[in-house]
Design a protein around this ligand. Sequence first.
Ligand code: SF4
Length: 281
Amino acid sequence: MRIIEDSQVLEALSSAIQKITYHCDPRITEQIGRALEQDPDEYARDVYQAILQNHQISATDQIPLCQDTGSTVIFAELGNEVLICGNTLQEIADQAAAQAAQSCPLRASIVSDPLFKRINSTNNSPAILHIQQVRGDRLKLCVTQKGGGAENMSFLTMFTPATPLEDIRESIIQSIIDTGSRACPPLVIGIGIGGNFERCAVLAKRALLEELGRANPIAEYADLERDILQELNSRGCGAQGMGGILTAIAVHILQEPCHIASLPIAVNIQCHVHRHIEVEL
Ligand code: SF4
C-alpha cells in the first residue's frame, strides 16, 4: 500500500487551482488565435482580440481570468493501493478551495444554503468531489473551476430509446444555440450519454475535462462530436453571441451502458474560460 500524506494532496490541489485561475487551456488560446486570422466578421474579431488580451494580462499580472472565479469541481481517480493519511479527500478538497480563495484571492462564489438563506460560505468551500476507485498506486486529480454562467445553461433530457438520432442531435444543437451569449461562448461542450439520470450529468461534466479536441474512440460517437461541432459553428451565434465562425471550440462525448427503457443525455456547457488541469501523485 502506498501512503500519500494529506498535506501533499492539499498542496497539489491548491497550486492547481491557483494555476488555472490565471492560465486558460493553451489550446483555447490557440484556437481563438486561429479564428482571429480566419474570421471575416469584424465584431467577432474584436471579441477574439479582447479574449486573447485577457489571457495575456491574466497570466502576466496574476489577475483571475474572469471575475467569476468559479466553483471547485474535482474528479479523483484513487488507486486501490493508495492510502491517504490524515484528512479525507473531501476535507482536503474543501481546504484547497478555501486556501486558493484566500491566496489568489478569488471571489467568494459559494452559498451554504441553496434556496432559503443563501449565505456566502466566504471561502469557496465546499468543493464538489467525484471519486472513482481504480487499480494501481496513483492518485489522479482532474480539477476545474466552473463558472456559474455556463453551468446555468447546461441541461439534461431523458429521451426515449425510440427517439430518432436526428431529433436528438437537433435538440442538443438548438438548445445550445438558444443559450446565445449567456454561457460566454466560444464554448466547450461536454455530453454524457447513458448511465442513468445522475450518471449522465456526471459524464457530461467529466467529458469537458477530456484533452481538448480529442476524438471519442468509437467512430459513431466521434462522428457525432464532429457533426455537432460543425453545426454549432455554422449557425452564426459566435463568440459572445456577436456572430462569426466560432461558437464552440470542442465537443466531447462520454457514454455508458443504460437501461433498455432509457436514453438519458446531459449537456454540460463550459465557457471560453476553460480552467482545468490534471495532477497525478
Ligand atoms: S461563464 Fe465563464 S466567462 Fe462567463 S462569467 Fe462565468 S466564468 Fe466568466
